[in-house]
Design a protein around this ligand. Structure first.
Ligand SMILES: *Cc1c(COP(=O)(O)O)cnc(C)c1O
Length: 387
């Protein structure tokens, strides 16, 4: 795929070549199982512990609080189901928001079918959760609050520190899905008042299929996977050593460059939005105007379908999506946009452009030059657009 302008970094990122290089020897040269006692295994176990320390360092956590998983989905499932199971004597009530990723919403629905109760706190038009609404939802039998740090569709950044303070005051455990925010904006567990946090390597230029869960020492959880004694008996299965090495390398490198890269990408993002807004009538920003991830742009285009725009942009070698990669192929409008009060037909006409390291000003200007013509042509054919 030569010359593609990739603008879907919320779906995944390319693995950094330096990360790939760091991973390589752990496949075929230093291939030992870290649970074994001879040198080859010890070498693997050492690199896993170094990687654990690197992840802990970025999050401001203790290495003993980092558990490696197969990605964001497993981390979220473990947080939700693990806490629900371990704390069911205290209660069976959980709190979340209406704009979470499916990897939070589905485990919660799974629990509801088994007798747990879930309160879904609404968001405002910008996608923000009100900490006071979370406070009001807390009951004596509440065992977990799970609110995402930054939304994957619109990029809105939630007031996690405030919600964490509410949770702490009430003595309720607090989890955040930080898959979109880690290494894009500052994520320190102490500043955010979180007890549990999910992250995934492929969202910050690491490999797919590896992630981590931060579990504060005081948190009791039931394992999701039972088997061997890996990860202090809390997550069984032979460790994905190359993946873990890649995750650690990627989180460190991306976090080191975070400030400069955020400034660069947000400037490009703003140039893109200004350029499109000047040239295309009746387009509107989705999400918070300022409290938003530096690389995220989501907007609705009146009168046309998101899918049509995606296909036309693809023919012009630009890769974007309409929202969550996970709902592509379904005809349902985005639950996030609906929860923000956006009408279904406008949600269908929304598009997400999420920038990354490789995007240049030339890319942005190419999209600014190309996209207005696409919109004009699609609107000419549109039965509903008559402005
Ligand atoms: C991508 C994503 C996930 C899922 O992570 P995987 O590693 O792909 O399983 C969960 N939550 C959010 C917010 C995401 O963006």
């Amino acid at each position: 795929m030569e010359n593609v302008i990739y603008m879907d970094h919320a779906a995944t990122t390319p693995t950094d070549p330096e990360v790939l290089k760091a991973m390589e020897p752990w496949f075929d040269v230093q291939y030992g199982n870290p649970a074994t006692l001879y040198s080859l295994g010890l070498l693997a176990s050492q690199v896993v512990e170094e990687s654990r320390s690197a992840v802990a360092d970025v999050l401001g956590a203790d290495p003993a609080e980092i558990y490696f998983t197969s990605g964001g989905t497993e981390s979220n499932n473990w947080a939700i189901k693990g806490v629900a199971d371990a704390h069911q004597k205290k209660g069976r009530h959980l709190i979340t928001s209406t704009i979470e990723h499916h990897a939070i919403l589905e485990p919660l629905e799974f629990l509801e079918k088994r007798g747990y109760e879930v309160t879904r706190v609404p968001v405002d038009g910008a996608g923000l959760v009100d900490p006071d609404a979370v406070r009001r939802a807390i009951r004596p039998d509440t065992i977990l609050i799970s609110i995402m740090h930054a939304n994957n569709e619109v990029g809105t950044i939630e007031p996690i520190a405030e919600i964490g303070a509410v949770a702490r005051e009430a003595g309720v455990l607090f989890h955040t899905d930080a898959v979109q925010s880690v290494a894009k904006i500052p994520v320190k567990v102490a500043d955010l008042n979180v007890d549990i946090l999910s992250l995934s390597a492929h969202k910050f230029y690491g490999p797919k299929g590896v992630g981590a869960l931060y579990l504060a020492k005081r948190v009791r959880v039931t394992p999701l996977l039972h088997g061997g004694a890996q990860e202090r008996r809390r997550r069984a299965g032979t460790l994905n050593v190359p993946g873990i090495v890649g995750l650690a390398k990627a989180i460190h490198k991306t976090a080191d460059q975070m400030e400069a890269e955020a400034a660069r990408e947000s400037a490009l993002r703003d140039r893109l939005w200004e350029g499109l807004r000047e040239r295309i009538p009746h387009i509107y920003l989705n999400g918070h105007p300022t409290q938003r991830l530096p690389n995220a742009l989501n907007f609705r285009v009146e009168g046309i379908e998101g899918e049509a725009m995606i296909l036309c942009l693809d023919m012009n070698r630009v890769g974007v999506s309409s929202g969550s990669a996970c709902t592509t192929g379904s005809l349902e409008p985005s639950h996030v946009l609906l929860a923000m009060g956006i009408a279904a037909e406008h949600a269908h006409g929304s598009i997400r452009m999420t920038l990354g390291r490789a995007n240049t000003q030339e890319d942005i200007d190419y999209v600014i030059d190309t996209f207005p013509g696409i919109v004009a042509r699609l609107r000419e054919m549109s039965p509903v657009y008559n402005k």
